[in-house]
Design a protein around this ligand. Sequence first.
Ligand code: XMP
Length: 514
Amino acid sequence: TIIVLDYGSQYAQLIARRVRELQVYCELFHWNTPPEEILALNPKGYILSGGPASVYEEGAPTLPAYVLDSGLPVLGICYGMQLLTHDLGGKVAPGGEREYGHAKVNVNVDNPLMPQGDYEVWMSHGDRVEGLPPGFELLGSSANSPWAVMGNAERRIYGIQFHPEVHHTPQGMTILENFVDAICGAERDWTPKHIIEKSVADIRAQVGDARVLAAVSGGVDSSVAAALVHRAIGGQLCALFVDNGLLRQGELESVQVALNEHMDGSLNVLDASQDFLSALSGVTEPEAKRRAIGETFIRKFESFARQQENIDFLMQGTIYPDVIESRAPERSAAQVIKSHHNVGGLPKDMHFALVEPLRYLFKDEVRRIGAALGLPDELIWRQPFPGPGLAVRCLGEVTAERLATLRAADAIFTSELRAAELLEQPGGSDTGIAQAFVALLPVKSVGVMGDQRTYQETAVLRAVSSQDFMTADWVRLPYELLARVSSRIVNEVKGVNRVVYDLTSKPPATIEWE
Ligand code: XMP
């Protein structure tokens, strides 16, 4: 295991993901985590992340003693390097100006981290190292950071001022690989096959002969989690898909086929669309819709669960970023923009222990596991779809008729994007489509079709690129495609006579309309 200590860098998670991509198991911890928790993982080396603080200011995060005491290899990145320098008796000072962006580092001393040569790197720092600690050697410099790479070969401690984890540092993966492999000698066994074997063994050990209840949504996380649990305990898994009637065209069928194939046909599908429609009747305020849907879901789930016998466990599709983010107390104080709903919030008298097979996996690992388990690509690369479904894309009142209109328009947009090959592997790119959908507005406008006056609602097309769905930009779709989608929707979909394209990024807008 490699341990990344998080000093508040926006890239800390990324460091851990990169190390995992090298098939080395890695966990991320706040720098101040109790040492027992970390030492229990039997670390092979430490990486100290960057961070916004200055080492010499009061209250700045520090280097816990066990890190250097362990005698294990350490790689300090940016703030991490400055921290090593400061603690070991070197000099850190404000860099004069902040250095942000591309830079060139020249390495001119033989060392196992970075072979001699020129490197394109990404810098993002204010302070810099200005004097090495005793026992350290200067290995490389850039124009603005004369001490850009330093190392102590004997103690296997290295510091780099730049960020190897971002893709603007093209040789960053090699540098990280040299650290975890050549310097730490960490085992490279974090492969899908190994992960699956380990979680199957863990699930069996945890669950024994008991039954596990799982709500699946058709999303990547709950599907992969359920497929893993099924691989581990087969028929002891009781999986439920609640059809809330707020799904897109063909979605229920495709999810059902894909999941059933993996569960020997044992998926339970509960048609609750009427209950959801009644709960939504007359409700137009977005948060009220979300509440109505969340409550209906829990009621349905609960009554299903009460009919089952011998269930001791509840499966959840929690993934590692959820775990990391829920650790940070300052985040939970954040303002609620939208109340996301996931399974949870079950009545107090229902006691289940949790089975969370994806608790230590990043999203890209979840996808790789899904592929290794044989789940279909459409499911693995599915775009995010909000828990409250089409209800939050059907602005105003949600009725069966308006849902049908929305579904038809959305299917046209999606199929045209797919035909133009713009929907391949959503996510993970700066310019491709991460999410695309139609929203239906309760805004009527006047049109003319044939010689007839029309007075109908408005369809909005939304297509965004995003890395993490925290920020997003609207996609510059080709005019020809927009034209075709618009004319098809107006011609083929009853109830819509006007189509508009949403040109707002996030922030200030959100991706969904409600
Ligand atoms: P917003 O609209 O807040 O959405 O920019 C960010 C991402 O989250 C999805 N989303 C949800 N996902 N339950 C979910 O599981 C929800 O209630 C929910 N609301 C929004 C949204 O589709 C986008 O990918």
